[in-house]
Design a protein around this ligand. Structure first.
Ligand code: ZN
Length: 204
């Protein structure tokens, strides 16, 4: 049976590159894939493109809140058999949309590969990621590293002024930058732990 996969990581870990490469591998063998990406922060009339930092890109359908993803994928599948469904920015899926994707795997027997962020800049799970972590068949971490060389599993947001945001909306589009850090350096950058308070308890 087909499976539902969740590839999760912080920002700038190369998730989209992996997605585009995996889709390309299917298409190179004459198989059909469908790509979806969150439309929440794109203009209504935008042609949806998924593009990666290293220059790969591919056309994609947008998903938005309230869309029935099972119905949409089933329609595609009836028209032309799909061999794999790819979903980027999966953190923006609704809980019920994750279940709809599970049905794509379970009822249509089409594998579903989702890619997204695990947590936001405050270290909280995104709704889509929470449900994917709960019900996906396979969880795969896409690794990237902190400036110290440890695995980066957290992200901080830099505002337009270059300062780290402590509070605010879960998503800020356009004017903000993100930096991936290990948990230890994330806590320090967020001001939750002062290195000097740790003197006497820990070394370094
Ligand atoms: Zn670090």
């Amino acid at each position: 049976m087909a499976k539902l996969y969740f590839h999760f990581a912080t920002m700038n870990a190369g998730k989209t590159t992996m997605l585009l490469q995996a889709s390309y591998n299917y298409r190179e063998r004459g198989m059909h894939t469908l790509l979806m990406v969150a439309g929440h922060y794109r203009r209504e009339d935008d042609t949806a493109f998924i593009s990666s930092r290293i220059g790969l890109e591919s056309e994609a359908e947008m998903f938005r809140s309230g869309d029935d993803l099972f119905a949409r994928v089933a329609e595609h599948h009836a028209h032309r058999a799909l061999h794999c469904l790819f979903v980027d920015e999966a953190q923006f899926l609704e809980e019920r949309q994750v279940w709809q994707l599970a049905r794509v795997a379970d009822r249509l027997d089409v594998p579903v590969m989702t890619y997204g962020l695990r947590t936001d800049f405050q270290g909280k799970l995104f709704a889509g990621s929470q449900t994917l972590l709960a019900i996906a068949d396979e969880l795969r971490e896409v690794r990237t590293i902190c400036r110290c060389g440890r695995k980066a599993n957290m992200v901080v947001r830099l505002g337009p002024d270059g300062h780290i945001a402590q509070e605010g909306e879960q998503v800020a589009i356009g004017k903000d930058a993100y930096v991936s850090l290990c948990r230890r350096h994330w806590e320090e950058e967020m001001g939750r732990v002062k290195p000097e308070d740790m003197v006497g308890f820990v070394r370094g």
